[in-house]
Ligand binder design. Structure first.
Ligand SMILES: Nc1ncnc2c1ncn2[C@@H]1O[C@H](COP(=O)(O)OP(=O)(O)OP(=O)(O)O)[C@@H](O)[C@H]1O
Length: 258
């Protein structure tokens, strides 16, 4: 889906800057991501990809510039408020509760996304709706057979799948995944890519990813971030053919794949 086809993009980033002390890390990023689009942000190590994620999700305030979610300015909102507006993210590091069961991990994130407090836990633990919703997520991420195991005993790929389940559990329509296939074998990567494709159907996906096979297989659009600036945005084939991108990043990144 072309972002320009939508009047209000899912995400709009306007002249965004972020400095840490004197270091200018994000240097004037402009980006529109249309509803239903799968958009990958690629670029060399240290380019500012995670920082950009942290600015979008409200973890860091920008030095200047704006982020809009479905047209609404996110300035001053806390990450949990942005989350409740329909934006959910995963982290580079697996972010699950290893001693809780797989099912409870998902149910807990459902509770959180609905704004219940932990003191409500016992009261709502019997809620059939919540149980059904958690079971439906487990089905989507193929972990029904692992439902009652402690999450810590799952394989690495299963833990990343669970984390994706936790990310989508609240029903967010903008999903942000930070390196979802990092550290995976080829077959685990294929498995997670298919899972991401399924669970983000009809949602907007923004992902940071180093594996070019994943990026070119999954993304409708790609933006290349180099030294805090987006040097190209476009369809995968346009980005691949762009000489500036080849020079700055992609030539080396594609070579590294072989
Ligand atoms: N909280 C912070 N304080 C100071 N500097 C930071 C902070 N967060 C990130 N940086 C710096 O910003 C630069 C960009 O880091 P960032 O993690 O955003 O890059 P990246 O593109 O995600 O890299 P990678 O692909 O290796 O994950 C780095 O030089 C990093 O040291």
């Amino acid at each position: 889906m072309n972002s320009s086809a939508n009047s209000t993009p899912a995400l709009a980033i306007e002249n965004l800057h972020k400095s840490f002390g004197k270091a200018k890390i994000i240097r004037g990023v402009n980006l529109k991501i249309g509803k239903g689009e799968r958009h990958a942000v690629i670029g060399p190590n240290g380019a500012g990809k995670s920082t950009l994620f942290n600015l979008i999700t409200g973890r860091f305030p920008p030095t200047s510039g704006k982020v809009r979610l479905h047209g609404r300015d996110l300035a001053g909102l806390a990450p949990f408020q942005i989350n409740r507006m329909g934006l959910s993210r995963s982290f580079q590091i697996t972010n699950i509760f290893p001693k809780m069961s797989v099912f409870e991990n998902v149910r807990c994130s459902l509770l959180w996304s609905k704004g219940y407090r932990y003191s409500f836990w016992n009261m709502v633990s019997r809620s059939q709706d919540l149980t059904d919703a958690a079971d439906s997520i487990l089905e989507q991420i193929n972990l029904t057979a692992r439902r009652d195991l402690p999450a810590g005993v799952l394989s690495y790929a299963e833990q990343r799948a669970l984390e994706i389940g936790i990310t989508i559990a609240g029903g967010a329509n903008v999903i942000m995944l930070d390196e979802p296939t990092a550290g995976m074998s080829h077959s685990e990567t294929d498995y997670i890519v298919e899972l991401i494709r399924t669970v983000t159907e009809d949602k907007t996906l923004v992902m940071v990813e180093h594996d070019m096979g994943v990026v070119f297989g999954l993304a409708d659009y790609i933006s290349v971030l180099v030294y805090g600036e987006i040097i190209a945005t476009g369809r995968p084939e346009e980005v691949r053919a762009n000489p500036k991108v080849q020079e700055a990043y992609l030539g080396a990144a594609l070579e590294a794949e072989h």
